[in-house]
Design a protein around this ligand. Structure first.
Ligand code: TEU
Ligand code: CA
Length: 531
């Protein structure tokens, strides 16, 4: 089968602020990333998705961009960026940039101009109304802020410092496409497109995501920029169903390579509720969701448990106590042997965990802080709010990468911008590399398997009926079949099938697999070639 390169590789997401600090100011930076490229190449990944490093006042840690063509001082310079691209390339690694074009920073020159007067030539780059409507910001409160200068309200679906761009204005398209082409000319490997499903919004009809013009805009973007380049383009689309995902990623539509869908993530949210009230994982639901998505016909899947907005999977759905290592490997095996392009979020490969946040001064995230203010005002207790944040707050993913058991986990020689998790004494890269049974080597093996074995890339997926908390599937490729079995629970579970085991591919509990009627240990996972 003929493939795009991005169908056969694994992506590693870097949140630059928290990855590696090279100059001791407590904030991760581009030189820090460059210094760790050998580590990433040892892991075997083929792509880095770099969360935003552009110039920004950092209200939302770079997802509020004030200049798309400049690098934030705290991260380095454009020379550092060029060096990162070329140093990565020498190791066979491509750099995918975060494209944040639903909104800019309020300090972007366009917005600084736009707010000057109603007839400013940039006024129409943003969305202004005389009166606010009911729309709420995803970061709590109204989505409208009144601007003193002209008395009108501007729209911001995120923080008030992230005004939404007006995609109904063709000039906005031209500006964005020109900027994208400049980055493409630098030799990047593609774009991860922030909340891209919102650019087709029709505010007066209450439509924010999946608006009627969305796909028209993306097709136009594809044609004007990366369309003839074979780059990896992945859209962040919280509201995608498989049908919608095919609109984005069916090749003949000439839009994107793939999208991030979040149905598995939101499966724990209460109906019509939000993430703060998330409940426990239902494995039967999870199986149903993946079965549906693995059946995607005309598009391509992305596969992930973690990113910089989500709690650590090993804490949220796994067991970060006694079964930390085993459950982290179980999630890895389950995901990486499915069909699609897997994404690893920094620290996932060593089983980094959530942080035990106790007090508000330990927090940084604008989403958590705004939520806290909004709920305090409604009389919700501080205790309850902190419990929400401990469970799903975004800072859980953003604590510094744990490199070693030296001071500040080897992340910085200074004071880190967010506290290092105390478990760095045990959970760190240096220890992981020294232990051949560590989570790291399970990831390394899974990445290598994908490179070497067409069944991992192309095998047909079939879910197997099992006990509720066991997730098992078969990948069939030509005359061969591979069975993947994962016990997603703290309890033992029976597994029985008529398959005859051949060769073990990977496992997280050492045992002979000469019979496939077995009692699975808690969080036990394996893949085996079967007849
Ligand atoms: O996230 C989009 C988004 O909707 C998230 O805010 C999400 O709902 C929430 O964080 C779940 O916890 C993207 C970026 O990934 C995020 O970091 C940015 O804050 C946001 O867009 C605005 O750019
Ligand atoms: Ca730094």
């Amino acid at each position: 089968m003929k493939h795009h390169w991005w169908q056969k590789t694994v992506v590693y997401q870097i949140y630059p602020r928290s990855f590696m600090d090279a100059n001791g100011d407590g904030i991760g930076d581009l030189q820090g990333i460059i210094s760790k490229l050998d580590y990433l190449s040892e892991l075997g990944i083929g792509v880095i998705w770099l969360s935003p490093v552009y110039q920004s006042p950092m209200d939302d840690n770079g997802y509020d961009i004030s200049d798309y063509r400049a690098i934030a001082d705290i991260f380095g310079t454009m020379d550092d960026m060029d060096m990162l691209i070329s140093e990565a390339r020498q190791r066979g690694i491509k750099i995918v940039m975060d494209l944040v074009v639903n909104h800019t920073s309020d300090e972007h020159a366009w917005f600084v101009e736009a707010r000057q007067s109603k007839d400013n030539q940039y006024r129409d780059y943003y969305i202004w109304r005389d009166e606010p409507n009911e729309l709420e910001s995803i970061f709590s409160g109204s989505a409208w802020t009144r601007d003193e200068q002209t008395g009108q309200y501007y729209l911001h679906l995120f923080s008030r410092r992230q005004p939404d761009l007006n995609w109904e204005n063709p000039k906005v398209h031209q500006e964005v496409f020109a900027m994208m082409n400049d980055w493409i000319d630098k030799g990047i490997g593609g774009f991860r497109m922030d909340v891209i499903d919102m650019i087709g919004k029709e505010i007066d009809r209450g439509i924010t995501a999946n608006g009627p013009k969305l796909h028209e805009y993306l097709h136009e973007m594809n044609r004007a920029t990366f369309g003839d380049k074979d780059l990896l383009t992945v859209g962040e689309t919280w509201g995608a169903t498989p049908e919608i995902a095919e609109l984005y990623s069916a090749p003949e539509r000439e839009e994107l390579s793939m999208v991030f869908q979040f149905e598995h993530i939101t499966s724990t949210y209460p109906e019509h509720g939000e993430k703060w009230e998330a409940g426990a994982l239902s494995v039967p639901k999870l199986k149903e969701i993946f079965e549906k998505w693995q059946g995607l016909k005309k598009g391509w899947n992305s596969l992930f448990w973690n990113n910089h907005d989500l709690p650590r999977v090993v804490s949220n759905w796994g067991n970060d106590g006694v079964y930390r290592v085993r459950s982290a490997k179980a999630f890895a095996i389950l995901l990486h042997l499915m069909k699609g392009t897997p994404y690893i979020y920094q620290g996932e490969e060593i089983g980094m965990t959530n942080f035990p946040f106790q007090t508000v001064d330990q927090l940084n995230d604008v989403e958590s802080l705004n939520m806290r203010n909004a709920r305090l005002a409604k009389g919700v207790s501080e205790e309850k709010i902190m419990a929400f944040i401990r469970k799903v707050g975004r800072d859980n993913a953003r604590t510094p990468m744990q490199w070693s058991n030296e001071s500040q986990a080897g992340f910085t020689t200074g004071n880190p911008w967010l506290s290092v998790n105390e478990n760095y004494h045990d959970v760190n890269v240096k220890a992981a590399l020294a232990d051949e049974s560590s989570i790291f080597y399970t990831y390394k093996k899974l990445i290598a398997l994908r490179k070497m074995n067409p069944w991992v890339v192309d095998g047909e997926f079939k879910l197997i009926a099992t006990a509720d908390n066991v997730f098992a599937y078969v990948r069939k490729y030509e005359s061969k079949s591979y069975l993947v079995v994962v016990n997603l629970s703290d309890e033992e579970n029976e597994f029985a099938s008529g398959f005859v085991p051949r060769q073990v591919v990977i496992q997280n509990v050492e045992r002979k697999l000469d019979d496939l009627r077995i009692t699975l240990k808690p969080w036990e996972a394996f893949a085996v070639e079967v007849d």
